[in-house]
Design a protein around this ligand. Structure first.
Ligand code: ADP
Length: 410
């Protein structure tokens, strides 16, 4: 069976997974972090019973850690290769047939998984203008991985690609057209790999053709976005030029009147960098309640903290507004899906988001919603015209599958 190495690289760390794309089995995963700092760290985990969507932690799974200086990504990949050699599984016995790279921004140019040629590298580099925090780190990972695996196909899987089907009406901002064109300002959307994976998994689970389903998919993690998926195509999504727009997130504000920024610049004398930091890192749930983790927020709500209660209400209010809007854009909905850390694990958030959607045919089953489970599960009531699902996301598996497809076609 063929295996694919999946790499998700940032500027000071990268994560990796060795996956069998056909059945989703994970053989090993790891993270190399604090690259460029005086002391770096590497963690390598070997799985003996991994299954699709499940990080099976059995008595025999083993995690190994090591601390050593890791000056750059290239040395980071050597550390990873050493970890495979020392702790297994052997890459000689399980040779990857491709390396799949997560790349955040593919602009309007990349709408499918793409073999990374030198020209594609240049394009990814050039798209750093649109994603200065993400694309440079991804590119460092690509270059280091190419040095480590010079003979393999390296495939870029873009977070934006799934949303390249958005109609112009959905991706166009109502600002001066020439200026927008000159600076490529439009909505791109993110979390596309996850939205694509879970919308297909939902259709497969229900045994219904993806092409016939209208879905609203909530990806609620630290970052959060919602996508309207019509027949398997993204037709509307909440993130925009950057992953700041849309839902309330752990530390990001999501939608806000842009004039708030002019006001703060003029009245509070905040610089562009201050405002960037404010909206991306000090807003959202953190800004309102002082904690950014949903588990902490829920605990504070339960303890009766007023700030936490309001933060939860604001978070849920926004989810409802988007749900209603997307159902209207789709002209109805067959399936609503929740995924990622909050979506998969927070009955409170799911119930809140759906509470007012009875008019649209959404009937939640409270017990199913509260029940914990690992795989895909239905949480709507029997006979609910709209099916509500929890679908664990698996971006690595989706990247592995897309990379395999590209490599197999070479
Ligand atoms: P990322 O966007 O970093 O990939 P995740 O998808 O892992 O994030 O989601 C992280 C979020 O999921 C955190 O806010 C965390 O609090 C939340 N989360 C994880 N487990 C639970 C849980 N049991 N109940 C509520 N929230 C949870």
């Amino acid at each position: 069976m063929s295996v694919v190495l999946v790499v998700n690289s940032g500027s000071s760390s990268f994560k990796y997974q060795l996956v069998e794309p056909e059945d989703g089995r994970v053989l090993a995963s790891g993270i190399v972090e604090r690259i460029g700092e005086p002391m770096g760290a590497a963690k390598h985990k070997v799985y003996f019973g991994g299954q699709e969507g499940v990080e099976a932690v059995t008595a025999t799974d083993a995690t190994y850690t090591r601390e050593l200086p890791i000056p750059d990504h290239t040395s980071g990949f050597r550390v990873m290769l050493d970890a495979f050699a020392e702790w297994g599984p052997s890459l000689a016995e399980n040779p990857p047939i491709a390396v799949g790279h997560r790349v955040v921004h593919g602009g309007a140019r990349f709408f499918e998984p793409t073999l990374i040629t030198n020209l594609v590298e240049i394009n990814i580099d050039e798209l750093s203008v649109l994603a200065p925090l993400h694309n440079p780190g991804a590119l460092q990972g690509v270059r280091a991985a190419k040095a480590a695996f010079p003979d393999l196909a390296h495939v870029a899987v873009f977070d934006t690609a799934f949303h390249q089907t958005l109609p112009a009406a959905a991706y166009t901002y109502a600002i001066d057209k020439d200026l927008a064109d000159a600076h490529r300002i439009r909505r791109y959307g993110f979390h596309g790999t996850s939205h694509k994976y879970v919308s297909r998994a939902a259709a497969d689970f229900l045994g219904r053709p993806l092409e016939e389903l209208k879905q609203v998919v909530f990806h609620l993690g630290n970052g959060a976005s919602v996508t309207a998926v019509d027949g398997g195509r993204s037709v509307e999504t909440s993130m925009g030029l950057t992953p700041l727009e849309g839902l309330v997130m752990g530390t990001r504000s999501g939608d806000i009147d842009p004039a708030v920024l002019f006001h703060l610049a003029r009245r509070a004398r905040m610089s562009i960098d201050d405002l960037d930091d404010l909206l991306n890192k000090r807003s959202g749930v953190l800004g309102l309640a002082g904690v950014n983790d949903m588990r902490d927020l829920e605990e504070r709500v339960a303890q009766g903290h007023e700030d936490a209660r309001l933060a939860m209400e604001v978070y849920i209010h926004r989810l409802r507004a988007y749900a209603g809007s997307y159902i209207a854009q789709l002209g109805g909905v067959d399936v609503i899906v929740f995924t990622a850390g909050v979506g998969e694990n927070s009955p409170i958030v799911r119930a809140g988001a759906l509470e007012t959607l009875g008019f649209a045919g959404v009937r939640l089953d409270p017990e199913r919603n509260e029940a914990r489970g690992r795989g895909i599960r239905v949480i709507s009531a029997d006979g609910s015209p709209v099916t509500v699902l929890v679908v664990p996301t698996n971006e690595e598996l989706e990247i592995a599958r897309q990379a395999l497809e590209v490599a197999a076609a070479l």
